[in-house]
Write a protein that binds this ligand. Sequence first.
Ligand SMILES: NC(=O)c1ccc[n+]([C@@H]2O[C@H](COP(=O)([O-])OP(=O)(O)OC[C@H]3O[C@@H](n4cnc5c(N)ncnc54)[C@H](O)[C@@H]3O)[C@@H](O)[C@H]2O)c1
Length: 505
Amino acid sequence: MYQKRPGVFMADWWDADGRRHRKQFATSASAREHEHRETALAHAERASREMKLAARTGGGKKPRTEAIKGTIEPAKGKLGVMIPGMGAVATTFVAGVEAIRKGLAKPIGSLTQMGTVRLGKRTDGRSPKVKEFVPLATLDDLVFTGWDIFNDNMYEAASNAGVLDYRLLEQLKPFLSTITPRAAVFDHNYVKKIDGPNVKKGKTKMDLAEQLRDDIRDFKKTSGASRLITMWCGSTESYIEPTEAHQSVKAFEKALKESDEMIAPSMIYAYASLMEGVPFANGAPNLTVDLPVMLELSRKNEAPICGKDFKTGQTLMKTVLAPAFKARLLGLSGWYSTNILGNRDGEVLDDPGSFKTKEESKLGVLEHILQPALYPELYGNIFHKVRINYYPPRGDNKEGWDNIDIFGWLGYPMQIKVDFLCRDSILAAPIVLDLVLFLDLAKRTSELRGLGIQEWLSFYFKSPMTPPGLYPEHDLFIQLMKLKNTLRHLKGEELITHLGLEYYD
Ligand SMILES: NC(=O)c1ccc[n+]([C@@H]2O[C@H](COP(=O)([O-])OP(=O)(O)OC[C@H]3O[C@@H](n4cnc5c(N)ncnc54)[C@H](O)[C@@H]3O)[C@@H](O)[C@H]2O)c1
């Protein structure tokens, strides 16, 4: 869905035969609703065709991956990680990497560091570590830079964030103090709750993009990195919808030169990175790369992009529980989620514009997992509400409550309550690490680097990205299978379907 001009909104979807359609509406809500309905219908139609085809062909054939079509270049040299937004998540990630390198802590929560991938049959006993199976950069290869509107170096920013114990931070101080922020591209209208002194000046937004491109080239030269990744860990920007300016590179560049107000700072970072051929991941729910212009640039410059908004606390739980209800055909009448959070992210989300961006990202999950179009009696009428309340005493230690109203056999109601006392940045840091290493792998893999969206990385995001009109996959375990099967496929290993009939031959 995008806004063509004031008062004209275009629903944009693909039908079951892969044909693209557009229809004009007077409000964004009606365009979005139409787009969702048509997408769900197309999805249901495709699913039913696949089932009929499987029934006709006997289904169940063991899918063998095709012989690998391309090559994976080795991970030679340093990998530069560039982070717009040196706040709680960014500093917890960088300090964590250094602590692990020094042998002071373990990379808990990281699939690339601790995860394994089963190969072949269950009886084969082959389950190498992910990092031994595919050629990933090592933690020792990582070098860092960042941008922020505040002047604090990584040590000061980590101390202010208050996530990590000061005794650990003291041991990392000499390293963290060397990472100082570059001046940010910032617009107070997009993040109303904060303002800071370390901000770039430019005549137009195109000037600002050029300054960011200079920063990127400078970091590559001074750090000696052979490859780079950009990871947005900046604040959540105010909610906006795509416009005509975001529909192509040509339109976007014209809009940059005219300093169009619909171009948010995060988009300028994304544009600069993709122009430099650097993959970009978005930890926040902002539109940023979820736009036709960025997909076009990503494919053209072979700079992979993936979803938005790290899937950490409450949404992680939602994407585990909702698939269980659907698997057992338990109905859902309501899901009320509320959070208290006291870090700067919580303060930024206290602004209604930034909260709306987050809310959209959190709300999309249930509809896509539960597929009300396929199961109207179970999921056709769900009341779903998400609240985030800024509550300073809690700092980064968020508390997320969920009240879930479900119904079972003969419609009898039941309730589930979840109270997750989590640590936001502790959950986010390993996601950042995995995304850095996997995006670098994608960039070095001939079969992946020109695809644009890396759907196999949906596992890490509240809002996975897909091509226009394709339903995103939110179920955590399907996402994990997609990720691991992608790795198997890249290495020419058999895909794992869990069919298992071969054990009974
Ligand atoms: N921690 C989690 O579990 C989690 C989960 C999902 C998403 N996120 C998102 O990740 C982002 C970072 O979270 P956090 O807890 O580190 O927040 P934070 O407030 O501690 O850090 C964000 C930093 O970004 C800086 N910033 C804002 N706009 C900028 C710009 N245009 N350029 C450069 N710097 C800019 C701010 O000054 C701040 O230092 C937020 O958008 C948050 O919503 C976090």
